[in-house]
Ligand binder design. Structure first.
Ligand code: UD1
Ligand code: MG
Length: 456
């Protein structure tokens, strides 16, 4: 073993066609907690110390490699030209795996719940006395998983794919979770010995265990919970993995100091950031890119994406915060309020039935019920700038581009099309008129008509 930190290369296999997904989108791009599946695997690999990553994709999967480059620019991309099996896919990565690397961790792009501590344990086993470490699990229903065959000393002897298993082997419940750690010095030599003489006519990565044992090398199993190795082969599997991921994210939120009134009804994104003493009510959904500071309260039934919520703010119930929203310190967003590309500054209140889009609401301003920023003319979007301490009366339309000065008042029901100076009052509705006694005369006339039978 070298004196320096041991080098690990993670080879992530994602070249499979994913036929069972019935999708035009490559399997690795299907989202779990708002992040492509492959992004979860890359994030897990990033938690390993000093690991290089090589992603193996098919020739027609630019969308996957472009995404991978955008999140981990250092990841190498290897192309598997024909889908000849998992063993062949690893071979496609050979030139991208550094010669001086100690251990290669092969991970499947369709098992996004595998945890970094498990991968670390596998790499450690492989850097120690073993040459190969396989991720195993006790399957409640072994179904089509590969079976792990142990010898009389309980050491791993071989992996047998379901399609090739004898009836006795099919009865084995210890299964292959998919990930495998192999010493760099042995991996590609063993892969060179693979054949495709099996039921699937594929080059199975799993066959290298039997080949290693035949060379007298030592193979072992590192186990994980079944939930951690759940693979995604269908949309139903995707839903199972989503549910498990949500469970983890809810737990993480609570461990970080958030109160979730009814955790199972709250849906997070993998990148949701929560401060301390955040309270989240029932049925709140977080889309991508949300940051919530300390002491924020999010009341039930909110949908929030692409938004930053600053300390002490209150949101909801029933608020929809869309991308580009910044809810300032101690600001209040109430029920049936929608914001988009909007800065709601410190202490401002937008409490009822309002749309604020492409706008600023200055600190301490109050926006009345039913206010609409009319930001779109069917072709372009325009900005509404509301200054500090302004008061916008209920049911006003602010036709952008328009600027309301600091401290200005807008009379209820106004349609504001011109800038309003600071501290001014703008009212655009018609003057109120009053006709004394009109209603009483009207009622009397109607009653009289009804009695004479002429009213229908
Ligand atoms: C594989 C294992 C099986 C294990 C199971 C765990 C083999 C032969 N079998 O079966 O023992 O129990 O995973 O989930 O390894 N891929 C490529 N190129 C290919 C074929 C596959 O990159 O030519 C990729 C796929 O994109 C996928 C991964 O390898 O990410 C696994 O392939 P998949 O076809 O899903 O294998 P399983 O049948 O699930
Ligand atoms: Mg699979």
């Amino acid at each position: 073993m070298s004196m320096t930190k041991s080098a690990i290369t993670a080879v992530i296999l994602a070249a499979g066609k994913g036929m069972r997904m019935k999708s035009r989108l490559p399997k690795g791009m299907h989202a779990i907690a708002g992040r492509p599946m492959i992004g979860h695997v890359l994030a897990t690999v990033a938690e390993l110390d000093a690991a290089d990553a090589v992603l193996v994709v098919g020739p027609d999967m630019d969308i996957v490699s472009d995404y991978a480059r955008s999140v981990t620019p250092d990841a190498a991309i290897a192309i598997q030209h024909e889908r000849l099996g998992t063993g062949d896919a690893v071979r496609a990565a050979e030139s991208a795996v550094r010669e001086d690397c100690d251990v290669v961790l092969v991970i499947f792009g369709d098992t996004p719940l595998v945890q970094s501590r498990t991968l670390k344990a596998m790499a450690a086993a492989c850097l120690g006395e073993h040459h190969v470490a396989v991720l195993g699990f006790e399957a409640a229903d072994p179904a089509k998983y590969g079976r792990l065959v142990l010898d009389d000393k309980e050491a791993l002897q071989a992996i047998v794919e379901f399609k090739d298993a004898t009836p006795e082997q099919v009865a084995i419940t210890l299964c292959n979770g998919g990930a495998m750690a192999v010493r760099r010095a042995d991996l590609f030599r063993l892969l060179g010995k693979l054949t495709n003489k099996n039921a699937a006519e594929e080059y199975y990565l799993t066959d290298i265990v039997g080949l290693a044992r035949a060379e007298g090398l030592s193979c072992t199993v590192i186990t994980a919970d079944e939930a951690d190795v759940q693979g995604v082969n269908s949309r139903a599997d995707l839903a199972v993995v989503e549910a498990e991921m949500q469970k983890r994210l809810r737990l993480k939120a609570m461990e970080g100091g958030a109160t979730l009134s009814d955790p199972e009804t709250v849906h997070f994104c993998a990148d949701t950031q929560l401060g301390q003493d955040v309270t989240i009510g029932q049925h709140v959904v977080f889309g991508p890119d949300v940051q919530v500071a300390d002491n924020v309260t999010i009341k039930p039934f909110c949908h929030i994406e692409g938004t930053r919520i600053e300390e002490g703010a209150q949101v909801g119930p029933y608020a929809r915060l869309r991308p580009g929203s910044v809810i300032g310190r101690d600001a209040h967003i109430g029920n049936f309020v929608e914001t988009k590309k909007a800065a709601i500054e410190q202490g401002a209140k937008v409490n009822h039935l309002t749309y604020i889009g492409d706008a600023r609401v200055g600190a301490g301003s109050n926006i009345g019920a039913g206010t609409i920023t009319c930001n779109y003319d069917g072709f372009n979007k325009y900005f509404t700038d509301i200054g500090k301490g302004a008061f916008v009366g209920s049911n006003s339309s602010l036709v952008a581009p328009v600027k309301i000065g600091d401290g200005a008042y807008i009379g209820s029901g106004s349609v504001v099309t011109k800038d309003v100076a600071g501290d001014a009052l703008a009212v655009t509705r018609p003057q109120q008129t009053e006709k004394a006694g009109w209603a009483a005369r009207f009622r009397a006339a109607q009653e009289a008509r009804k009695k004479s039978g002429s009213g229908k």
